[in-house]
Design a protein around this ligand. Structure first.
Ligand SMILES: *Cc1c(COP(=O)(O)O)cnc(C)c1O
Length: 450
């Protein structure tokens, strides 16, 4: 066996040494255009060579600040040392057996962790798959099997994935659904309380929404036909919409009362992101099922469905599975990532980052009326951009800010049904210095807006 010398650490600082994209990125982006499907989007037009912590280094040697974590995945930092070592060690031992053919320890241990970490002290069981969409599909399959009911209730602004069922559960037409139908049946969409854009009184928004939704479920679907209510406790792609206090507990209570499986899609909001292990912890909501992915394994593809043992055990043997689900290398990465989250108290780091970033964003809002709202929780924060003095979506300002930040070496992500939200999902290991440097660039971006 060859002994490899470890790579020198990647300095946790922003350094832009070429125009962006630089010449080497441009060359590879031309090959990308020639070789890859035109259906793939592109947020930041550079090609990445190496990552560490909160820095992405491109092929031209530019060190870029990561404000996206690969869409909320690398919560423990990019190429986290412990995750990398676990991947190497595990790959030498087992790369694949298929868990349903011949099981291995890591899968069992990840499920034990999920059963412990997800809310509630009741008996729980888990299933591992490869992606968030696959996990959502399985949660719905299991809920339908358990209840022997067909209908699934979802919400406006929801995002649950891109497979046929999850695309049907997702709200937004462009770019997720347009031209990709026909869609799956028995999916019913309800209004989502969106505090910034609500017409009703903010004080009664949660109650008003609950009344309308429960009334419509009763009258339009029939509670006895509903297998599951599926919701993101803080909506991700929809624009980090945080429902008003009382809404999630009320919805969960309604589900329980009618034997409906309450499923929290924590794919984006989970694993310390919001300053809790899961976003539902904030109001002590205990879902019947929790769907996880993204942050679970520090960058390796893994996803989970964790639920009440009676629900998870309802399905006949071999009714669930998949060739790669819970791959041993991905499981080893998850165990390392979860261990790191606990030991480094990333729940507290998320709150700390949220405090610094939130204060800065609110200060920016006071200065720039183009920022209509600052919202989110912990290190899952967003700003919604509008035309000054109105609530009219301002896509142009969003694009200008993103472009400016990119040119200065800061990666930020967008979101929102109205294409006017900038969302911040920094790795939770980002140093205060780097965070403040990125915020400085963001301030310059707003100052540069015409
Ligand atoms: C990303 C996401 C999904 C889909 O996960 P994939 O791994 O991309 O399939 C589902 N739900 C939410 C809330 C997400 O953010």
């Amino acid at each position: 066996m060859t002994i490899q010398t470890p790579l020198p650490a990647l300095a946790q600082e922003r350094r832009v040494v070429t125009s962006i994209p630089g010449p080497k990125s441009q060359e590879l982006l031309a090959r990308r255009a020639a070789a890859t499907s035109a259906g793939l989007g592109l947020t930041f037009p550079v090609v990445i060579e190496r990552t560490q912590g909160a820095i992405l280094q491109d092929v031209d040697g530019n060190s870029l600040i990561d404000f996206g974590s690969g869409i909320g995945v690398t919560n423990v930092g990019n190429s986290n040392d412990r995750v990398v070592q676990a991947v190497i060690d595990q790959a030498q031992m087992i790369t694949h057996t298929c868990f349903t053919v011949a099981p291995y320890r890591g899968y069992i241990e990840v499920c034990e962790e999920l059963n412990k970490l997800t809310p509630g002290t009741h008996a729980k069981k888990s299933l591992l798959v490869n992606s968030g969409a696959e996990a959502v599909e399985n949660a719905v399959k299991i809920a339908r099997y358990f209840t022997k009911r067909p209908a699934v209730v979802v919400f406006e602004h929801a995002y649950h994935g891109r497979t046929n069922l999850t695309m049907s559960l997702t709200a937004k037409n462009m770019p997720y659904k347009d031209g990709f139908g026909p869609f799956a049946g028995e999916v019913f969409r309800m209004p989502m309380p969106y505090p910034y854009r609500a017409i009703s009184n903010p004080a009664t928004l949660a109650q008003d929404s609950l009344e309308e939704i429960t009334h419509r479920i009763e009258k339009e679907i029939g509670t006895h036909n509903v297998a599951a209510i599926l919701i993101e406790p803080i909506q991700g792609e929809g624009g980090f919409i945080v429902p008003p206090k009382g809404f999630l507990p009320g919805l969960s209570e309604f589900a329980t009362k009618h034997g409906i499986v309450f499923i929290a899609d924590e794919v984006q909001s989970g694993f310390c992101r919001t300053g809790d292990w899961f976003a539902v912890n904030d109001e002590n909501v205990i879902p019947d099922m929790v769907v996880t992915a993204k942050g679970i394994a520090g960058g390796l593809p893994l996803a989970g469905v964790t639920g009440r043992a009676d629900i998870m055990d309802a399905v006949h043997i071999s009714g669930l599975g998949g060739t790669y689900g819970g791959n041993p290398v991905a499981c080893a990465a998850a165990l390392a990532a979860i261990g790191f989250m606990k030991e480094e108290k990333l729940v507290d780091r998320a709150k700390h980052i949220g405090q610094i970033l939130g204060d800065s964003l609110r200060a920016l809002q006071a200065k720039y009326p183009v920022i209509g709202e600052v919202r989110g929780r912990g290190a899952m924060l967003a700003i919604e951009l509008v035309k000054a003095g109105t609530k009219e979506p301002n896509t142009q300002a969003m694009q200008d800010v993103v472009k400016y930040c990119q040119s200065k070496g800061v990666l930020i992500l967008t979101a929102g049904t109205y294409v006017n939200v900038i969302r911040f999902l920094p790795p939770l290991v980002m140093t205060d210095e780097l965070l403040k440097d990125a915020i400085g660039v963001l301030e310059e971006a707003f100052a540069s807006l015409k």
